[in-house]
Design a protein around this ligand. Structure first.
Ligand SMILES: [Zn+2]
Length: 248
């Protein structure tokens, strides 16, 4: 009740003909707090809806998706077709055309691998990475990153304009802000550890060779020695490889 009163007051100040500077700043501060509070209450379905739109934007504007017939797409399909429904999740997989050695997952269950990663790794190593990314979805890390991005990318209007957010269609400018927010949101060390463990369990549950976990991470460690900053979202691959070798 108190918050809505403050918001109303701020809105009045915002639209006043010549508000004092201090009043504008107050309005912004309240708006930012409202963003954070509102984003924390966005439902899981809303987060998935926004994540789906963010992916569609990313693939229309920012990334080149390998066509379904390409050797990369066919290889990924052969690795993942049986995992489209895994551990209660509905997943989809695509390849982005770039030399980047990376992969990512978003809250809608979309998992993306770059051609650079696929060139570097064996099928079993890729399946560990895929299991790791599924772990980010299953563990709620991707949804948490999405909520943070929603709170920090000026999405207040989209979140508060309607009670039926499943009908909200975000503008490109909003989606661009979301992509930046999610790209810049690094998973914590604890989340990476949890996802490594999930990747190992993924290998075991699918009766795949478990040494693929450590060997995948050792390849990343070799790259990071060369200063590949792209791996900053996955810190200390050498230590992570040692953990995975011990967990086999
Ligand atoms: Zn990760």
């Amino acid at each position: 009740m108190m918050i809505s009163t403050l918001l109303t007051a701020a809105a009045v100040l915002w639209f006043a003909a010549a508000p004092a500077v201090a009043q504008i700043d107050l309005g912004r501060a309240i708006g930012a707090a409202a963003d954070l509070g509102k984003a924390a209450t966005v439902s899981d379905d809303d987060v998935k809806n926004y994540a789906r739109q963010m992916r569609a934007y990313e693939e229309r504007v920012r990334e080149q998706v390998e066509p379904p017939g390409s050797k990369y797409s066919q290889r990924l399909a052969s690795l993942t077709d049986r995992h489209r429904n895994f551990d209660g999740l509905t997943l989809n997989f695509k390849v982005y055309s770039a030399k980047t050695v990376n992969a990512n997952a978003s809250a809608d269950g979309s998992i993306r691998l770059y051609t650079g990663l696929m060139d570097l790794m064996t099928d079993h190593e890729l399946l560990f990475v895929i299991g790791h990314e599924i772990g980010h979805v299953r563990g709620g890390h991707s949804a948490k990153a999405m909520r943070t991005a929603l709170a920090t990318s000026g999405m207040r209007k989209a979140l508060t304009a309607t009670t039926n957010s499943s009908a909200v269609i975000l503008a490109d400018s909003q989606l661009g802000g979301l992509v930046e927010g999610v790209v810049n949101a690094q998973h914590s060390q604890a989340q990476e550890t949890e996802s490594d463990d999930y990747g190992m369990q993924f290998l075991k549950r699918n009766k795949l060779p478990t040494d693929a976990a450590a060997s995948a991470l050792r390849k990343l460690a070799g790259l990071s020695k060369g200063g590949a900053s792209i791996l900053s979202s996955h810190p200390d691959p050498g230590k992570r490889a040692d953990r995975m070798a011990a967990a086999r």
